[in-house]
Design a protein around this ligand. Sequence first.
Ligand SMILES: [Zn+2]
Length: 67
Amino acid sequence: MPIYEYHCDDCGHDFEKLVRFSDPVINSPDCPGCHSENTHKRISAVAVFSASQNQSVSSCSSSGPFR
Ligand SMILES: [Zn+2]
């Protein structure tokens, strides 16, 4: 699952959120610190995360459609 990073404009809190592939991309989830909806998505670590995930998938399973 991709991880998105968000920043709260009200309290300045940075937080991450796991998003399922079936979920729509959420641009302004509630801040876990102050529960404000005044948040925005940051540039995330999705690329790094999916790259390491692909490595583990290809090393432990030959049935993945990654070609
Ligand atoms: Zn906040």
